[in-house]
Design a protein around this ligand. Structure first.
Ligand code: IPE
Ligand code: IPE
Ligand code: MG
Length: 250
């Protein structure tokens, strides 16, 4: 549901953890007869404003999908532009995130990323480690299936080493091997750009997340649109399998 332009901060509960598929950069550029790279550059600006608004509204954790396992299949030129933009964004933004008390971490398959980029990512994680204002995770070269697969590999390794009985593998054991281990599960999932799909984002973690979709293209996603998602979220009844009557009496 697109938000009205005058959306005010909603009075209801703010999601503690928001997960976002930032989609629509390419179409935003194409609508303006610009190269797709211009859309990605505009999208990077929206990342900054979204982080700022999350901090203002007291969101505790934010997970942003920046580049999926499947995005490697894009033309090499576009992949190169995106990698260059990540590098530039890190160089430009990390000091500000550090000053704002934002803890920045990355999830995804780092073996596929250039060593220079990984080095910047590691440095940014070290610099912002322990900050509590916002737990920000950026998913780069990430896929939900990749995450589940690497978790399975870890568990198999423990079984082989004799430190884990197969019968002891429960949801906590598997969840504890995911790259998202230790974080709360997302309360609110937002996808911009009009598509209604997960596109291999956090497959395990989104099991009970509230979904919110908007046709707004990511570079146009602003405070007002974000507030629209919050307002909608505030009216959701999260039952986690129970009945509404059970919730009312709890
Ligand atoms: C999202 O925008 C950014 C990435 C996937 C890296 P897109 O590039 O997918 O934009 P559209 O969907 O083509 O408009
Ligand atoms: C999902 O967007 C991935 C990111 C936003 C990083 P895509 O644009 O790649 O998704 P599909 O391929 O249209 O599902
Ligand atoms: Mg897209």
């Amino acid at each position: 549901m697109p938000a009205p332009a005058t959306e005010q901060p909603s009075a209801g509960p703010v999601p503690r953890h928001v997960a976002v598929i930032m989609d629509g950069n390419g179409r935003w550029a194409e609508q303006r007869s610009l190269p797709r790279a211009a859309g990605h550059r505009a999208g990077a600006r929206t990342v900054r404003t979204t982080i700022e608004h999350s901090v203002r509204r007291g969101v505790a954790a934010l997970t942003l999908f920046a580049f999926s396992s499947e995005n490697w299949q894009r033309p090499a030129e576009e992949v190169g532009v995106l990698m260059q933009l990540f590098l530039e964004a890190l160089d430009r933004e990390v000091a500000e995130l550090d000053a704002k008390g934002v803890q920045l971490r990355f999830i995804g398959d780092r073996t596929r990323l250039a060593p220079a980029l990984v080095a910047r990512m590691v440095a940014a994680e070290a610099r912002t480690a322990g900050h509590r204002q916002l737990d920000l995770v950026v998913a780069v070269a990430y896929g939900g299936r990749w995450d589940l697969t690497q978790a399975a590999r870890q568990l198999a390794g423990k079984v082989e080493a004799g430190t884990l009985e197969p019968g002891m593998i429960d949801e906590a054991a598997l969840g504890g091997c995911l790259t998202t281990a230790g974080r709360t599960e997302p309360d609110l999932f937002i996808r911009t750009g009009g598509e209604r799909r997960i596109s291999n984002f956090l497959l395990w973690d989104l099991a009970y997340t509230e979904f919110w979709f908007t046709d707004t293209l990511w570079p146009d996603f602003d405070e007002s649109t974000y507030e629209g998602a919050f307002a909608d979220f505030a009216h959701r009844q999260r039952r986690f399998g129970r009945t509404a009557a059970q919730l009312g009496s709890s």
